[in-house]
Design a protein around this ligand. Structure first.
Ligand SMILES: NC(=O)c1ccc[n+]([C@@H]2O[C@H](COP(=O)([O-])OP(=O)(O)OC[C@H]3O[C@@H](n4cnc5c(N)ncnc54)[C@H](OP(=O)(O)O)[C@@H]3O)[C@@H](O)[C@H]2O)c1
Length: 301
């Protein structure tokens, strides 16, 4: 399969490296990373040890092949501009996969790509950008892919198989939108609190006041999901959130990492999106509402 990874950062480079063993892969990333890859190959260390010679470019010009699968894996605040730049390589039969976190990526991609061409996914793999050309695989996880309308199409099964053949453990879901919401609800509890308090994920359950705030944010975010038509039980969501916190207790969340680097965060696509959707359905979300500007005090004034 001819695959282009749009946004070769931490997770995009990891998936690109794994997929490149059995597919034609081109990574689109920033110049320093692209130059390092073209000079010394792409190195993955940590849970996966790999050095691959994969093609990498820093701008979307013409591709040497017709793109079958475009994996969009930029941070959610870059989705609109990235997909806009990539539109010249997207043809009628290109499938566009958003593997990102956040609730607004599909809408952003739909500005440029027809909905029938879009599929989505979530992954619990963890990866970290060590330096140009080098990625650390910090956690082995699972990946879920699905058609937006839930159909078990041949193309989604085929892409799932290609991921599994690349040793990216993947299942196909008949309700990928629900999977995206589950991840957003969990992230809405963990990411802003760890970013604001500058703590490891596990600290949220070590402090009873923070644990209570996690439960309250979870209740708000779950109510928004339910109002939107995604049926989730509060008890399930709070259990899942605490399970993720325990499993990742030593980790620093991606939002905290962004704050520490002085970079923009995905807060608008997670808690911000929940606030906007909550408003549409007259659901009160005071905690989500305050978490958005609190996180922005660090990197976006
Ligand atoms: N990392 C993880 O463990 C993980 C796990 C699960 C899900 N996710 C999700 O996956 C998505 C990507 O996360 P990440 O951690 O891999 O982010 P990342 O390391 O920041 O990677 C994104 C890369 O894309 C680059 N980029 C942005 N716009 C571009 C464009 N138009 N053309 C070329 N390159 C462009 C960024 O450059 P700049 O930095 O210069 O903007 C960055 O190098 C997020 O939605 C995240 O929540 C991440």
């Amino acid at each position: 399969m001819n695959i282009v990874v749009l946004g070769a950062g931490a997770i995009g480079s990891l998936f690109g490296a794994l997929l490149s063993k059995k597919n034609n892969v081109i990574l689109i990333g920033r110049t320093s990373h692209v130059n390092a890859i073209n000079k010394n190959g792409l190195s993955i260390d940590g849970k996966t040890q790999l050095n691959v010679n994969v093609s990498a470019v820093d701008s979307v010009n013409s591709m040497p092949f017709s793109v079958d699968l475009l994996i969009v894996i930029v941070k959610s605040y870059d989705t609109k501009s990235a997909i806009d730049q990539a539109k010249q390589i997207i043809h009628d039969r290109t499938v566009v996969l958003s593997l990102q976190n956040g609730l607004d990526n599909i809408k952003a991609i739909e500005h440029v790509v027809e909905r029938r061409q879009i599929i989505a996914g979530v992954t619990t793999h963890g990866a970290f950008f060590s330096k140009p050309g080098c990625i650390k695989h910090t956690g082995v996880g699972k990946t879920v892919l699905g058609e937006l309308d839930g159909e078990s199409s041949e193309r989604i099964k085929n892409i799932g198989n290609i991921f599994n053949l690349a040793e990216i453990e993947t299942v196909v879901s008949k309700n990928i939108i629900k999977e995206i919401w589950i991840k957003a609800v969990i992230n809405s509890c963990i990411n802003p609190l760890t970013a604001f308090f500058g703590c490891r994920n596990g600290h949220l359950l070590e402090n009873p006041i923070l644990e209570k705030i996690v439960e309250n944010v979870c209740e708000e975010s779950t109510s928004v999901a339910n109002a939107y038509g995604i049926k989730l039980s509060y008890q399930d969501m709070v259990n899942k959130t605490k399970e993720v916190i325990r499993e990742t207790s030593e980790n620093y969340s991606s939002m905290l990492q962004s704050v520490r680097k002085g970079k923009k965060t995905e807060i608008d696509s997670i808690n911000g999106a929940l606030v906007n959707i909550g408003r549409t359905y007259s659901i009160d979300v005071p905690l989500n509402e305050i978490l958005v500007p609190l996180v922005k005090t660090f990197s976006e004034q």
